[in-house]
Design a protein around this ligand. Structure first.
Ligand code: NAD
Length: 421
C-alpha cells in the first residue's frame, strides 16, 4: 500500500485525504489545529461533504478504523512512512488585501525539516503566481539543505473542486500540473492519475500557477456582468431571469444567474493573488472593476430592500430581517468571505434587526444567529435566502412563511418561489 501525507486538513485537505484513502492509499493527514485533530480522531467531520449519498463522516470513520487515515500534528511521524507530501494549506488575504503567507511558510518549514532525498512535494493551494519558485522552493531548500529538482521533486497542480461536490470532483475533474523539472512534472502526473479519471494537462510551473487564478478571475468577471445587469434590468422594468433566458438562447452566450454576492475563499482571493503578482497597478482595470462590482452587491441589495420597504410605508430602521443560510454558497458550511454574512453586517449597520438561521454552522458563530427557522422568520419584513442548505429541503416552508410580515424577498435562485402565494 502506498503511503502519502496530506498537509492541511481544511475544507479541501480533509476530503482530499479521504479521497486518496478511497483510492487505496494510506494517508498521514497533517493538521496544526488541535481542535480539528480532536474532531477527526473521534470520527467527526467539520467539513460538510458527502459522496454518492454517504456523508464524509462515514468515510472518515471507515478509514480511521482500517488505519488507512492517520490524522496527526507530527510531521516526523509521517516522514518515516512517506515520500510524498500533498500540500493544501492556503494563503488568506487580509482585510487590506495583503497576503498572509505565515501558514504556508510554516508548512514549508515543517516539511523542509523532515525532507529526504527522493521526496516529492505536490502543492495544491491557489497561490500568488511565481511564489512557488520565488518563495516556497527556496524555503524548502534552506531548511532541508537539499536541492529542488535534483535531490527532491516539486510540482504544482491547483485544486479546482467546488465545496459540497469535492469528493466527486477529485475523482473526475481534469487538472493542470506543472513541475520544476520534467521529472517533477512526471511525479505529479503519476500521482494525480491515480486520483482522477480526468485528464492531467501538463504545462510549466508558472503557467500552472497562473491558470488557476485566471480561472477564478474569469468567474469574477462573468459574475460581475450579471450583478451589474440586475440594475440595468430594473431600470428597464424587465425581469432579469426572463432577460437571461432569452439572451442565453444565443449559442455563444452563457450568462450566469444572479446571487447575493461573490464570495468564498477562492474567487475574491484569486484577484488579489493576481494583482500581487504584477508590478504595474494599472494592468487590470477590468478585473479591478469586476471585483469592486461584486463586493458591492450586499450594499446594493440592502439599498434595494430599503427602497422597497419605504415604498410600502416602512423603514429598514429596526425592521426584522431574516437570513436563511450563512455559508459562502449553497450547500457549504464555510463562512469565510461569505456573502450572506456580509449582507447581514450591512443590514445591521443600516439599523435593521437581523436574525439568521443555518443549521450547518456551529451555534453562536455569529451574534445574529438564531436556533430555529421559526425565530428567524418571525415578523420578518425582509427575507433573504443566502445559502440553500441540505436540511432546508425538509422544512415546512408554507407554514414557516406565514410567520413573516409581507416581506421584501431576496431569493436570487428562487428557492422559495414554489411556496410563496
Ligand atoms: N475551499 C474551496 O472551495 C477551494 C476550492 C479550490 C481550491 N481551494 C484552495 O485550497 C487551499 C485550501 O483551502 P481550504 O478551503 O481547504 O482552506 P482551510 O483554511 O480550510 O484549510 C487549510 C488547513 O491547513 C491547516 N494548516 C495551517 N497551517 C498548517 C501547517 N503549517 N501544517 C499543516 N496544516 C496547516 C489549517 O489549520 C486548515 O485546517 C486554498 O489555497 C484555497 O484557495 C479551495
Amino acid at each position: 500500500m502506498q503511503s502519502i501525507s496530506v498537509v492541511g486538513l481544511g475544507f479541501i485537505g480533509l476530503p482530499l485525504a479521504i479521497s486518496f484513502c478511497e483510492k487505496g492509499f494510506r494517508v498521514y493527514g497533517i493538521e496544526v489545529d488541535t481542535a480539528k485533530l480532536d474532531w477527526l480522531k473521534r470520527g467527526v467531520s467539520y467539513v460538510q461533504e458527502d459522496d454518492q449519498g454517504i456523508p464524509l463522516d462515514k468515510y472518515l470513520q471507515k478509514h480511521l478504523q482500517q488505519e488507512t487515515f492517520i490524522p496527526t500534528d507530527r510531521m516526523e511521524e509521517a516522514a518515516k512512512a512517506v515520500d510524498t507530501y500533498v500540500v493544501t494549506v492556503g494563503v488568506p488575504v487580509s482585510g487590506t488585501g495583503d497576503m498572509v503567507y505565515d501558514y504556508l511558510d510554516s508548512a514549508m518549514q515543517n516539511i523542509g525539516s523532515v525532507l529526504k532525498k527522493g521526496d516529492f512535494i505536490l502543492l495544491r493551494p491557489t497561490v500568488v503566481p511565481g511564489m512557488i519558485e520565488e518563495r516556497l522552493i527556496p524555503q524548502l531548500e534552506r531548511v532541508s539543505g537539499l536541492k529542488a529538482g535534483a535531490d527532491f521533486h516539486v510540482a504544482y497542480a491547483a485544486e479546482r473542486v467546488a465545496e459540497g461536490r469535492a469528493m466527486e470532483e477529485f475523482r473526475t475533474l481534469d487538472v493542470v500540473a506543472g513541475g520544476l523539472t520534467p521529472a517533477c512534472t512526471e511525479r505529479a502526473v503519476q500521482l494525480l492519475q491515480q486520483l482522477t479519471s480526468g485528464t492531467v494537462h501538463v504545462t510549466d510551473l508558472r503557467t500552472a500557477q497562473l491558470a488557476k487564478v485566471v480561472e477564478n478571475v474569469q468567474r469574477d468577471v462573468n459574475l460581475a456582468i450579471i450583478n451589474e445587469l440586475r440594475q440595468v434590468a430594473e431600470a428597464h422594468h424587465v425581469d432579469i431571469y426572463e432577460l437571461i433566458r432569452m439572451t442565453n438562447t444565443h449559442p455563444r452566450v452563457q450568462l450566469l444567474m444572479p446571487s447575493v454576492g461573490v464570495g468564498g475563499f477562492c474567487i475574491p482571493n484569486a484577484y488579489y493573488y493576481l494583482r500581487a503578482s504584477v508590478d504595474n497597478p494599472h494592468m487590470m482595470p477590468l478585473y479591478d472593476t469586476a471585483r469592486r462590482v461584486n463586493s458591492d452587491v450586499p450594499n446594493q441589495l440592502v439599498k434595494d430592500a430599503a427602497t422597497a420597504l419605504a415604498a410600502s410605508g416602512r423603514s429598514l430602521q429596526g425592521a426584522p430581517v431574516a437570513i436563511l443560510g450563512l455559508g459562502m454558497k449553497d450547500g457549504s458550511n464555510d463562512t469565510r468571505l461569505s456573502p450572506p454574512v456580509d449582507l447581514a453586517k450591512v443590514f445591521i449597520s443600516s439599523g435593521a434587526h437581523v436574525r439568521a438561521y443555518d443549521p450547518t454552522i456551529a451555534e453562536h458563530s455569529f451574534p445574529f444567529q438564531v436556533e430555529s427557522p421559526e425565530v428567524c422568520l418571525d415578523g420578518a419584513q425582509v427575507l433573504v435566502v443566502g445559502a440553500w442548505q441540505p436540511p432546508f429541503e425538509a422544512l415546512p416552508w408554507r407554514q414557516l412563511l406565514e410567520k413573516t410580515n409581507r416581506p421584501y424577498i431576496i431569493d436570487p435562485r428562487h428557492r422559495l418561489k414554489g411556496y410563496l402565494s
